[in-house]
Design a protein around this ligand. Structure first.
Ligand code: CP3
Length: 352
């Protein structure tokens, strides 16, 4: 085991994705895609037809299979383990289900201080040991390609717990934050602790890189982010600092980019609403950036897609530390051939 692990570490150190996390020069810009193992892919749909979504997450053989298939089919430079940011909420005590076509649903959302106090934090990472097993299997299947582990950031997790599902204006989440400040602190502390433990478990199982998804953090004002959210994201990231590079991702973050950086992470994930080069100048030399093609650009004619890919590479200007990705998850209707073409374009246009 020791020898196998050492060989993996040596292979990994020189991989373009790992180098980009450290802002070292690379022969081409590494690329992967958020939600790359998903419904747009026929191979995924074939497995999904026979198994429930949660069942797929809990079966390491299936989770590893769809993870590895996506990498092989697309030719991307990293896998992301098949799982979901909401999984830790189940052992914490939330009655989470995934309704067909409607996304996640929590039947009894967190609406009071007592609800917060009922949430468990002990042994959560252990209950999610199947994710660690998926990581071990997927890593063996990926050979020399890095595997990304992930978790939801405290705010995005809190928003699901409080709203009970996806939301538009986060009215309930913010109202709770403003009206129950002590309970909000306890909730965010619990989520930071669980997230840190869960990520440490994934790294121990073999995740080479971590992505922290704060997908809905852009709903917050800068001052609310700074005072009521940043400390908890920061705590989760600090807990795993030095163990694996961290990609810190959010959407609609143009107003809080510097704060997101201050919360931590080696790489800041950008959505398509910002110019990548301009955002990077704001963030400074101390971080890498990831992004940021509009997921809808994958529906454009290939000639236009190429213009869009080139514009992002030009905006990055060949500076070491760019990981190409979409600005958010791939849409279920996306044509697979265009995705493969996009990955090839990134490699070809960035080749030194
Ligand atoms: O990226 C990958 O390929 C790895 C797997 C992955 C999934 N979800 C699988 C999934 C990852 C990294 C996630 C993250 C996730 N999950 C986020 C953050 C990323 C983002 O988009 O901002 C969020 C907010 C969730 C919560 C979640 N899970 C939602 C809102 C939904 C429903 C939306 C939808 O697309 O249907 C899910 C379900 C889900 N997670 C699916 C997949 C492949 C679809 C489930 C199915 O097969 O029916």
């Amino acid at each position: 085991m020791g020898i196998v692990a050492n060989r993996h570490d040596a292979l990994m150190r020189d991989h373009p994705l790992m180098k980009a996390c450290r802002r070292e020069a690379v022969p081409f810009t590494p690329v992967w895609i958020m939600r790359q193992a998903g419904r747009y892919m026929p191979e995924y749909r074939a497995v999904r037809e026979r198994h429930g979504f949660l069942e797929m997450c809990r079966r390491p053989d299936l989770a590893a299979e769809v993870t590895v298939t996506a990498v092989e089919r697309l030719g991307v430079d990293a896998g992301i383990i098949f799982a979901d940011i909401l999984l830790p909420l189940i052992p914490m005590g939330a009655d989470l289900t995934y309704e067909k076509g409607e996304g996640p649903h929590i039947a009894h959302p967190v609406r009071s201080a007592a609800d917060v106090d009922r949430l468990a934090t002990d042994g959560i990472a252990d209950s999610l040991g199947f994710v660690g097993e998926s990581i071990k299997l997927a890593r063996a299947g990926l050979g020399g390609t890095p595997l990304i582990g992930f978790a939801g950031a405290p705010f995005t997790l809190a928003s699901y717990l409080i709203e009970g599902g996806s939301a538009r204006d986060y009215r309930r989440t913010k109202t709770f934050m403003y009206s129950e400040p002590r309970a909000w602190e306890r909730l965010m502390s619990k989520l930071a602790e669980v997230t840190a433990d869960y990520l440490a478990m994934q790294i121990a199982a073999g995740a080479d890189v971590i992505q922290l998804f704060d997908s809905w953090v852009g709903a917050l004002s800068p001052v609310d982010y700074k005072l009521r959210v940043l400390p908890y994201s920061s705590r989760a990231i600090a807990a795993i600092s030095g163990k694996a590079p961290v990609i810190h991702f959010g959407t609609s973050t143009a107003g809080i980019l510097e704060l997101l950086r201050d919360a931590g992470g080696d790489v800041i994930g950008l959505d398509w609403r910002v110019d990548l080069g301009a955002a990077w100048r704001r963030l400074g030399d101390g971080v890498s950036v990831q992004g940021n093609l509009d997921p809808v650009a994958l529906f454009a004619p290939l000639s236009e897609l190429r213009v869009q890919v080139r514009a992002i590479l030009d905006s990055a200007g060949g500076r070491p530390g760019h990981i190409f990705n979409l600005g958010h998850g791939i849409l279920p209707e996306t044509p697979v051939d265009n995705v493969i073409a996009m990955v090839d374009m990134v490699h070809e246009l960035s080749m030194k």
